[in-house]
Ligand binder design. Structure first.
Ligand code: IMP
Ligand code: MG
Length: 178
């Protein structure tokens, strides 16, 4: 796979350290509360599994798969839920886990969707934040790293469904996606 990688942006050791810090902060914040950790398929699974393993409170986990019609031209568009939660949302503290926040449309709508279904609280945890690309205001409660607006792969992020399994975050060579 090395031949398609332009540059490693965040290496394995750095990821491990950051994820442990984030897990500690989250554990401390929910020490006396029940927590449902919701991973957004598919990108979040690698980050989420490292994160929950490093947490020292008992959590429940669940997954959603959503597709956003949202782009800048359809700001009122809804999200389409391709796979819904198996847990009831009502009265739950929910922590949404995402690989990366880009425009923010998906997360803005998903947060609203879960609040409308009666969640007690909805917070957001994202490993990466492409802050320069943001089009709607979403508050990221737990954030790993701000990253530049390059096309990134690895640690859950894909290009055409490939490279999610790279253990680091990397920028792809232009030839690989042109
Ligand atoms: P948004 O915040 O609604 O625009 O969508 C964020 C989603 O876009 C993420 O969950 C990723 O699936 C995808 N995404 C954004 N930037 C990248 C990238 O650099 N590489 C791979 N996927 C990306
Ligand atoms: Mg994704």
């Amino acid at each position: 796979m090395d031949e398609v990688i332009k540059e490693i942006i965040i290496d394995e050791e750095t990821i491990e350290k950051k994820v442990k810090e984030m897990a500690k902060e989250i554990s401390d914040d929910y020490r006396d509360e029940e927590l449902l950790v919701v991973g957004i398929l598919k990108g979040a699974i690698i980050f989420m599994s490292d994160l929950i393993k490093a947490m020292d409170i008992p959590v429940k986990i669940d997954f959603m798969n959503v597709s956003s019609y949202g782009d800048s031209s359809v700001s009122t568009g809804e999200i389409k839920i391709l796979k819904d939660l198996e847990n009831d949302v009502e009265g739950k503290n929910i922590l949404i886990v995402e690989d990366i926040i880009d425009t923010g449309y998906t997360l803005e709508k998903l947060t609203k969707n879960l609040e409308d279904r009666g969640a007690k609280s909805v917070k957001l945890c994202a490993f990466l934040d492409k802050v320069d690309r943001r089009e709607v205001d979403v508050h990221i409660d737990y954030k790993g790293y701000v990253v530049p607006d390059d096309f990134l792969v690895g640690y859950g992020l894909d290009y055409a469904e490939k490279y999610r399994n790279l253990p680091y975050v990397a920028a792809l060579k232009e030839e690989a996606y042109m």
